[in-house]
Design a protein around this ligand. Structure first.
Ligand code: SAH
Ligand code: SF4
Length: 384
């Protein structure tokens, strides 16, 4: 792809040192970078003209060469309780992503996307079903937080928690995800505590290992969904590459490095992974690990024949884990009335657009593991 030389620099894509260089290249003193950074992340400014402590000529130069924001809000859905709000954003290249704002448990949590679609093709997931288009940039990830913070009441515009549980797999867009984490936690800007961030992964072992070495106490959630390799591979195709033994080793290493309890996500699918026998297998697998299990009845998607486990099966599974001393919680499917499951709003909209615009690459192309079981996924951004 050739880069348009006229294209403006997206300021949110820059690290702090890169922003400093840009300011210096405009002939401004270094402290102007602090001021600009503060406008972007502290004041949630969306226009250069509002940055009144920057000199007029600097604002004009920035106007010509740089952009503050890139997301266009296209659609918002509120749950009937009003506590869950889901947003569909347009990106500068016409693609779309989803983010969710959740206002319960005294928290203001945002759920972020890291990719347009996802190449990993988990068959129960609306994002996986929609195929993969591209990675998000660091700025596109961070901007979701800034936009949703701007939706909160005047004077209370602080997001308290960030979860990377929207569209895409954060650990195969590692560099952009990590830069976004660093930007959000930077005390000169948004200043969010690392402990208030949770990265959810389908179980990308090299990514978990890399994360363990970063030295920030970011929370880790692993989408497990099954306690043995055979069953897991049918729910999570990438599990063929990363067997449970390797995954659990990486999780242990993460816990040792961060000292943090981690989470396992387990979507309960009727008659597939919800038997008492599997609950016992799960308890055996996780015995002795500093962890918590979130049990989530499957959120049915349009393209999947699977159903959520009925409440009595959920209760029994949960009870068996408790009996075997595994910490677990049944999570409500909040915001189901607004298609709050990952990727559902975008999928519906893309389906409605029909042949007018191809939705995205079908998941058999690109680096979908279902189509290429033996072929390595391109971990472009990983050091490993
Ligand atoms: N790719 C990452 C993060 C995005 S998915 C991951 O897989 O962890 C965020 C969470 O939503 C994951 O736990 C995923 O398993 C879950 N999820 C996706 N589709 C779901 C569905 N239909 N019902 C319940 N959980 C679902
Ligand atoms: Fe991708 Fe996660 Fe959905 Fe699997 S569950 S397809 S890894 S977004």
């Amino acid at each position: 792809m050739t880069q348009d030389p006229e294209a403006k620099v997206a300021l949110l894509d820059l690290t702090y040192p890169q922003l400093q260089n840009l300011v210096l290249s405009l002939g401004e003193p270094p402290y102007r970078a602090d001021q600009l950074y503060r406008w972007l992340y502290g004041e949630l400014a969306t226009r250069f003209e509002d940055m009144h402590n920057l000199p007029q000529p600097m604002r004009q130069r920035l106007e010509q060469t740089a952009s503050v924001r890139g997301l266009t809000p296209l659609e918002e859905k509120r749950s009937s309780s009003g506590l869950t709000r889901k947003f569909l954003f347009g990106l500068p290249d016409g693609e779309t992503i989803e983010s969710v704002l959740m206002l319960y448990d005294k928290r203001r949590t945002v759920c972020l996307s890291t990719q347009v679609g996802c190449p990993l093709g988990c068959p129960f997931c609306a994002t996986g079903q929609s195929g993969f288009v591209r990675d998000l940039t660091p700025g596109e990830i961070v901007e979701q937080v800034l936009y949703l913070a701007g939706q909160l009441k005047e004077g209370e515009q602080r997001i308290s928690n960030v979860v990377f549980m929207g569209m895409g797999e954060p650990l195969i867009n590692y560099d952009a995800t990590w830069q976004a984490v660093q930007t959000l936690t930077d005390s000169r800007g948004y200043n969010l505590g690392a402990r208030r961030i949770t990265i959810s992964t389908v179980g990308i072992v090299p990514g978990i290992e890399r994360l363990a070495g970063e030295g920030l106490q970011v929370g880790l959630a692993v989408s497990l969904h099954a306690p043995n390799d055979d069953l897991r591979q049918s729910l999570v195709p990438i599990a063929r590459r990363y067997p449970l033994s390797d995954l659990l080793d990486a999780c242990r290493s993460y816990i040792e490095h961060t000292g943090r309890r981690m989470t396992f996500e387990y979507a309960l699918v009727e008659d597939l992974n919800d038997s008492l026998k599997l609950a016992r297998q799960l308890a055996h697998l996780l015995a002795g690990l500093l962890c918590h299990v979130n049990l989530i009845p499957l959120n049915p998607t349009a393209d999947s024949a699977w159903h959520p486990s009925p409440p009595d099966r959920v209760r029994a599974f949960h009870g068996e884990l408790r009996r075997l001393a595994i910490n677990s919680t049944v999570r409500l499917r909040r915001g189901v009335d607004i298609e709050a499951g990952c990727g559902q709003l975008r999928s519906r909209r893309t389906r409605a657009a029909g042949a007018a615009r191809p939705p995205s690459r079908p998941s058999g192309e690109g680096h979908d593991v279902r189509a290429h079981p033996g072929k390595p996924i391109a971990f472009r951004n990983n050091r490993t």
